[in-house]
Design a protein around this ligand. Structure first.
Ligand code: ADP
Length: 426
């Protein structure tokens, strides 16, 4: 075995996907399967991983040097010290309003963990059901634990909404006095080598004995890593909401700003309430495609729309009363869509300007991800409005998390690509 290949495992909402990268970072294999029962079933997570890993061509499987895992962030499981699940997992979208009083006593209301839909809320429900001596593990951390036969670790990003503070590198001080302090994982940074695969797993899955298990990241961060962004690149996620991301030297602060740490690098960004969800309210995906074909992106629509789904915005403008501007609606649907896409491009432009004001250098090109990235007319419109090249990346998140594994076996493969590597990839 040459141990030069990197495996990424993405545990998503509906199933699991694998990706294998070669030593140059090129995606050479991807496969996927859906959960037989669903996201709540940890047995399914394991079954899907087992099935996909065993089905890898042996020429790939035997040459793997490292594996890293991402999962839906916030899907939380209670297990015993030997990793055995005590029940089904609580999925990331489940809120636990009955935990509000306990949440208020533990974290301040500005913290991401304070919401009744945070991991902390689900953690408190699991503790009230199973008692304080359980282990609380998120999906990706539990699967890493399974491969290692050691469930003590938790990756930093997956545990932010459980209360982990990235900047202070600590749990809230209020946790120290709780009876369930020991239920929390020991936090490690994303990209850190956790150990080698357990002998039992290596044998049953046909994996090399020396395979390194590397702390992964969240599904959202894994998606961003697929962009292979260089130091001058911006990343725009055109999903239900419009999200701008960029690697920076350190964290930045401001309304609607998030800071993540992935593979040893700061990844900061801003999320607007505007985005694809407004388009979906007005048009089906098929209509979006058909109507977009009729748009000439070299021209302006003449409309001035602000496609917010409702009143209120955090980023790029922090104004809880900001009103959507969805009228006047022209007779032509394609002209209307032209105006909406243009409106979103102007919010994106403002977003990059806002990030610059907050200390993030302006990008020299933008790489687009998400459902809207597949729209060529929108890409061209944005290129004209942003005044910089706009590229598209359609690699799956599994390929993004695999880059963390690759970085562990070939450190010259820095997570922030050089310009040449980035060009070669896209
Ligand atoms: P998320 O994961 O945030 O829900 P996706 O990345 O799956 O979102 O993208 C879905 C969004 O992409 C929808 O809001 C939809 O309106 C938008 N979308 C789908 N097709 C197109 C298209 N051809 N042009 C622009 N937007 C599109």
């Amino acid at each position: 075995p040459n141990s030069s290949l990197a495996l990424g495992i993405d545990l998503g909402t509906s199933g699991v996907r694998l990706a294998v990268l070669n030593e140059h970072g090129k995606l050479i294999h991807t496969s996927k399967t859906d959960y037989p029962k669903g996201l709540e079933s940890p047995e399914d997570w394991k079954t899907c991983c087992t099935e996909l890993i065993r089905a890898l061509p042996s020429s790939l499987r035997q040459n793997l040097g490292a594996v890293a895992i991402d999962g839906t962030s916030g899907t939380l499981l209670a297990c015993d010290r030997s990793g055995k699940p005590l029940d089904t997992a609580l999925p990331y979208h489940l809120s636990c309003p009955e935990q509000r009083p306990s949440l208020i006593s533990l974290v301040s209301h500005e913290e991401p963990a304070s919401s009744v839909s945070s991991s902390l809320a689900r953690a408190l429900r699991l503790i009230s059901t199973h008692g304080p001596s359980v282990l609380l593990r998120h999906q990706a951390d539990w699967i890493s634990g399974w491969l290692l036969d050691n469930w003590c670790w938790g990756e930093e990003g997956n545990n932010l909404r459980l209360g982990w503070n990235l900047i202070d590198q600590a749990w809230p001080t209020s946790f120290a006095e709780t009876a369930w302090r020991a239920a929390l994982p020991e936090i490690v940074s994303s990209g850190k080598v956790l150990g080698t695969v357990a002998p039992e797993q290596s044998q049953s899955l046909g994996l090399p004995k020396q395979l390194l298990v590397v702390a992964g990241t969240t599904d959202a961060n894994a998606a961003v890593l697929t962009a292979n962004a260089g130091p001058d690149d911006g990343i725009t996620v055109l999903g239900s909401t419009l999200v701008l991301k960029r690697f920076t030297e350190g964290p930045i602060r401001g309304a609607g700003i998030t800071n993540h740490r992935v593979g040893g690098r700061w990844l900061c960004g801003g999320a607007s309430n505007a985005g694809g969800s407004v388009l979906r309210q007005l048009f089906s995906d098929t209509q979006l495609k058909e109507l977009s074909r009729q748009i000439n992106p070299e021209f302006n629509s003449g409309l001035m729309l602000r496609p917010l789904p409702g009143p209120g915005e955090r980023f790029p403008i922090d104004d809880p009363t900001l009103e959507p501007q969805l009228t006047p609606r022209p007779v032509s649907d394609s002209l209307y869509l032209h105006g909406l896409l243009e409106g979103l491009a102007h919010i994106e432009l403002q977003g990059w300007q806002r990030l610059k004001e907050l200390g993030a250098p302006p990008p020299k090109q933008v790489i687009s991800l998400g459902g809207g990235a597949r729209n060529p007319q929108w890409r061209r419109l944005r290129e004209r409005i942003l005044g910089i090249p706009v590229k598209t990346c359609t690699n799956p998140p599994a390929a993004g998390v695999a880059r963390l594994a690759l970085q562990a076996i070939s450190p010259q493969h820095n997570l922030v690509s050089t310009k040449q590597e980035a060009d070669h990839q896209l």
